[in-house]
Design a protein around this ligand. Structure first.
Ligand code: SF4
Length: 319
């Protein structure tokens, strides 16, 4: 069965396009079919360019990795649907954190880039000098989260009914666009739907837009009226969270801008890599996981075949 690369819109996809179109192409088109498949499929040759882009696409920087550890630990424990201790939560996160670091150090991710952790700092540099600080951030985020009223008073209260934990879900806009959302945690508290978003980074304006999209999803898919939706971004590193009601006027604008973004991005499907520009702000490249690809052709706007050939030459010269 052939898996089709069909267009679907997500907040991160649109942000990536704004950041660097070339990076967008690598992520959403170039890496397509680059994954190791089923044991039967593994006998087939995988395109080296797609495989390389697919592996680089999975790479995380240490701050993103800290965020992933926090999110994945919370998800794992919530999915048990049973109360748990802070000690168990923290011990599990620390184990997972160091396991990933070892995978990154050993290059185990080359066997399966999706399954094992690959970190930018180890691939492109000498590693992470101060792992203890990152470990402490993971622990502090989880302690703040666990000791908050969200966990202590709300999540396990008999009146709360859970709706979703990190579920990949979608809904339609303009009758034709598939919009992907992943809500960290959502529950019904009496007649209100509360949608949580755990953030390990800094506060940003984008959060509100992202939450507005979650509200649209809750309204269209779960049929929750807007006045019964509460949006709650929780900055776990800072230990601050807010509860926002839905502003229907703002929501309309967000919907319009998402549809406009879909109109623009959906037509780029399957077009030439040369139509996707390198970012003009090259300072972004210093922290980009695809930089070895762009540097291999000295940022020349070449075709897919030229890019593939150049990467093969670079790999051969490194042997
Ligand atoms: S290295 Fe720079 S130009 Fe290349 S994909 Fe990354 S951000 Fe874009």
């Amino acid at each position: 069965m052939v898996l089709l690369n069909e267009f679907s819109w997500s907040f991160s996809r649109a942000s990536l396009f704004t950041e660097c179109q070339k990076r967008y192409w690598y992520t959403y088109y170039g890496s397509w079919n680059g994954w190791p498949k089923t044991p039967w499929d593994k006998r087939k040759e995988i395109d080296p360019l797609s495989a390389r882009l697919y592996a680089l696409k999975q790479m995380q920087s240490i701050p993103t990795y800290v965020g992933s550890c926090v999110h994945e630990t919370i998800e794992k424990f919530l999915k048990t649907k049973k109360p748990f201790t802070l000690e168990a939560l923290v011990a599990d996160a620390k184990d997972a954190f160091y396991e990933g670091i070892e995978e990154a150090k050993s290059g185990k991710w080359k066997e399966s880039p999706k399954k094992y952790t690959n970190l930018f700092e180890y691939h492109y540099g000498d590693g992470v000098r101060d792992l203890k600080t990152s470990e402490e951030k993971v622990v502090a985020c989880l302690e703040n989260w666990y000791q908050s009223p969200v966990v202590q008073n709300l999540a396990f209260h008999p009146d709360s009914r859970w709706l979703s934990i990190e579920e990949l879900a979608f809904f339609q806009l303009a009758g034709k666009y598939k919009i992907i959302v992943v809500i960290d945690f959502a529950l019904m508290w009496r007649d209100k739907a509360i949608l949580f978003d755990w953030k390990t980074g800094e506060e940003s304006e984008k959060t509100e837009e992202q939450l507005a999209l979650y509200a649209l999803f809750a309204n269209r898919v779960w049929a929750v009226p807007f006045d019964k939706i509460v949006l709650s971004p929780f900055y776990v590193a800072k230990n601050s969270y807010t509860k926002l009601s839905v502003d229907e006027e703002k929501l309309k604008k967000v919907e319009e801008s998402v549809v406009a973004s879909c109109d623009k991005l959906s037509v780029l499907h399957d077009t030439d890599i040369r139509d996707f520009a390198y970012t003009e702000d090259r300072t972004k490249c210093a922290r980009c996981s695809f930089k070895e690809v762009c540097e291999s052709v000295n940022y020349q706007n070449c075709s897919v075949d030229e890019l593939r050939e150049s990467l093969v030459n670079v790999s051969n010269s490194q042997r």
